[in-house]
Design a protein around this ligand. Structure first.
Ligand code: GAR
Length: 204
């Protein structure tokens, strides 16, 4: 039977996308196919990573389309046209509406660079998350992969991994450690888990 067709949505550097590409190559993601990468930002390096791996890419710009509604409409259209069954938000810096998330219940995954419910929700993205963790003075942080619903970072948790904060950490140093020790590990494992579940559902 064919693999679960996955779209990865990105906005920036795409190191999590790279972890998915490597995991697919290494057979860690065995039940899913990285079929499409979509960016809201034409300058995202993630697009180069996708092209280098031979994955089809698309750019959908909110600015050009003029509204969040038109942006989501175009996203849905592109996903449907490519037969996408599962969506991974990998550093995608756009909050999706209920209308969008309801179209793919338990089919959208997101990776967030903290242990949810700490340092999450609107305004907590990228480096800001690590700045907040250091400012609070927590000793342990980490990453979470969760399903996406209409509440920012509010969907059911799939996997989490803890990461120690070290003396003298800067947000940048901590961000890198959380990626290396947590995000790049639990994102591919979660993608395989859900891709496999979707494939098994199709069989029944
Ligand atoms: C990652 O740390 C990801 O967890 C975070 O942005 C970074 C993207 O890096 N996402 C969020 O903060 C979403 N709320 P990448 O483009 O190198 O994968």
């Amino acid at each position: 039977m064919s693999k679960t067709k996955i779209a990865v949505l990105v906005s920036g550097g795409g190191t999590n996308l790279q972890a998915l590409i490597d995991a697919a190559r290494d057979g860690i993601i065995a039940h899913g196919e990285l079929a499409l990468v979509i960016s809201n930002n034409a300058g995202a390096f993630a697009l180069t990573r996708a092209a280098n791996a031979g994955i089809k890419t698309a750019v959908i710009s909110k600015k050009e389309l003029g509204s969040a509604e038109a942006f989501e409409e175009k996203l849905l259209e592109t996903l449907a046209a490519n037969g996408i069954e599962m969506i991974v938000l990998a550093g995608f810096m756009v909050i999706l509406s209920k209308r969008f998330t309801d179209a793919y219940p338990n089919r959208i995954l997101n990776v967030h660079p903290s242990l949810i419910p700490s340092f999450c929700g609107e305004g907590f993205y990228g480096l800001h998350v690590h700045e907040a963790a250091l400012a609070y003075g927590v000793k342990v942080t980490g990453a979470t992969v969760h399903f996406v619903n209409e509440i920012p970072d509010g969907g059911r948790i799939i996997m989490q991994k803890a990461v120690e904060i070290e003396e003298g950490d800067t947000p940048e140093v901590l961000q890198r450690r959380v990626m290396e020790q947590a995000e790049w590990k639990i994102l591919p494992l979660s993608v395989e888990l859900v891709a496999k579940e979707i494939k098994e559902e199709k069989k029944n």
